[in-house]
Design a protein around this ligand. Sequence first.
Ligand SMILES: *Cc1c(COP(=O)(O)O)cnc(C)c1O
Length: 443
Amino acid sequence: MTEHTFPSRRASLYKDIPAKQWDDWHWQLSHRLNSAEDIGKVLHLTDSEFRALNTHDLFRVDITPYFVSLIDPDDPQDPIRKQVIPTAGEIVPFTGMMVDSLSEDRHSPVPGLVHRYPDRVLMLVTTQCASYCRYCTRSRIVGDPTETFSRAEFEMQLEYLRRTPQVRDVLLSGGDPLTMAQSLLEELLTKLREIPHIEIIRIGSRVPVFMPQRVTSELTDMLQRFHPLWLNIHVNHPNEISAELAEATDKLSRAGIPLGNQSVLLAGVNDCPHIMRKLVQDLVRIRVRPYYLYQCDLVEGAGHFRTPVAKGLQIIEALRGHTSGFAVPTYCVDAPEGGGKIPIMPTYLISSSDHKIVLRNYEGFITTYEEPQDYKPHDATTCKYCQNKRLEPGQSGISGLLDGDALTIKPEGFDQLHIRGGETHRLRSDDSKWKPLGIGDGK
Ligand SMILES: *Cc1c(COP(=O)(O)O)cnc(C)c1O
């Protein structure tokens, strides 16, 4: 099998650990490293790392022996190291920094359930992870065992879902759902599956990356009883793709679970088109389809990981056309204030007339597409899908403007602002309220 072309590593500290322990996820979890003293036994710590590790109130540190073994102990710039070992950069504030950068708390109708899109929800089921990413978007709650969700809260989340029929897709995240006790996860999945309108369930998990040993056949046997079930992992750099991860994704794929990947664009880790091309190509080799590439959120502690947005565009420019189409993720900015994921891509449409568009391809070749001049528009009055469309007020968006459901979308206060003085007037040249402003009139 081609999996074996990926490396398998163990830090020298662990060379005498019997395979029976190393391959057991309980052992990996209970031997995680979290102090300067422990981590210093595997890596040569820099002053900045040492200082951060000894800072009170730092976002939680924990690294599995498996994951720390993928780091080159002598390279302070190692791309895996930067993701899990804190540096003093974490303590530096920056313009635009927020604690809850996606305003998830404000979009939660019940604790832990974020409902911001019409047909799907994000369900936070735990605050625990196998290891902690230094740029975590949910560092306000993640890692803190006292912030985790109670049975009563799960029941409230489920109750909300039962009474909200427009939700057809539930995304389990956290924290990491695959760190939960298997029986609890199974119970949650069972209860979700009992809700008839929930069509698909998705899990977002970095466990296969941090601790591939967790992907046992007991786990995949359990998960595959809840199809259609999808799973997104989180890999940022080709060095994370090991023989062990390849084996884990193989097991998940064989259980019929379609796999995707979400990466975060991180300065000093993967802010390079050539690293990203290798990453997405290696991901499809292990049957994981790159799904999203995220711009780093404006979250406290992550300032030193941020790149200009242009870096993401440069990466997509280097992927689209240059490699397999299904290896190209969608580059997104997850907008502040709960704006959600907004895709951005290079501009391929250069110009247009009433019957022709001008396009450029990835090579810079400029071409045209002749549009039909006798297109018979789709007839919404006879289309049963158009007739049965269900709209939630305020969420039909730009698509709703095109559909004719609304003429405009206005900022809050727009109407009041434009009825200055409380009444409207027709603008006529003899209206004393109207005076044309000439150039240079100021204001
Ligand atoms: C990311 C996210 C989803 C899922 O978005 P998709 O684009 O469908 O993958 C759903 N809800 C929330 C709150 C999210 O942040």
